[in-house]
Design a protein. Structure first.
Ligand code: DC
Length: 231
């Protein structure tokens, strides 16, 4: 097999605040692959639903909105920006009301259908590192490497707190841990693509690992897969 023709798919799943996006972004950078933040896509649709005053219970209207929505990721001055229908929602999607509503929206199977199709199209177009909840199980079931990151909710709350305060947002550690636990429960209990490791995922417990160690572990796993695939 010619390694230049391979489209690499690396799936990184795990619960809220485990550090998926930071790790996935850096792994993608290291490998020269595209990074796709699927959580940002669910968040961007949530933003639109809220701003168009559509009730969360109106799944048909939300489905129609999602089908027409144009989500774009851009990099400007080293900052990753998220746009939906040309509106820059980079900051708004990390705050309330999106924070509190996104889990409810992401439980809707019709919205998932639309976003999964977009994600699959991206994953089949170029080598990607994609992070989310259902990447290894639903979006990229044939990914060459599936990683499931885990960490205790206390450690995850601390990490998300640091992430937010580093970016200049106000944050409350206890409130974050509570929200993380609530979101985990909702994401694991939902019927549509619940959060769970793919059967062939490599599970990495990150509680006692630095970010660099997590990245190294993922690159090591990839090298194992590469040596099996290319020989
Ligand atoms: O990773 P995040 O916190 O930005 O994700 C926001 C929400 O979207 C979270 O509640 C779970 C949901 N989500 C999902 O259901 N499937 C994905 N692939 C990514 C995120």
């Amino acid at each position: 097999m010619n390694k230049d023709n391979i489209i690499w798919q690396i799936a990184i799943d795990g619960p809220a605040g485990v550090g998926k996006s930071t790790v996935a972004k850096l792994v993608a950078q290291k490998l020269g692959f595209k990074y796709i933040d699927t959580g940002a896509m669910y968040r961007a649709i949530t933003y639109l639903v809220v701003h168009e005053n559509i009730p969360m219970s109106d799944s048909a209207a939300i489905y129609a909105l999602a089908q027409k929505a144009n989500i774009e990721f851009k990099i400007e001055n080293d900052k990753e920006l998220v746009f939906i229908n040309k509106i820059n929602v980079t900051d708004a999607i990390r705050q309330d009301p999106v924070n509190t509503m996104v889990s409810t929206l992401s439980a809707q199977s019709l919205v998932r259908k639309v976003l999964v199709a977009i994600q699959q199209q991206l994953a089949n177009s170029f080598s990607t590192v994609m992070d989310g909840r259902d990447i290894g199980t639903v979006v990229m079931p044939n990914a060459q490497l599936k990683i499931y990151l885990e960490a205790s909710s206390a450690v995850r709350a601390q990490r998300r707190y640091m992430q937010l305060t580093d970016k200049g947002y106000k944050a409350d550690l206890q409130e974050i841990e509570l929200m993380i636990n609530q979101r985990d429960e909702q994401d694991k209990a939902r019927l549509a693509s619940p959060l769970k490791p793919a059967p062939n995922a490599v599970i990495i417990d990150t509680d006692n690992l630095t970010m660099t160690e997590v990245i190294e572990a993922i690159i090591n796993e990839l090298n194992k897969v590469k040596s099996l695939t290319l020989h």
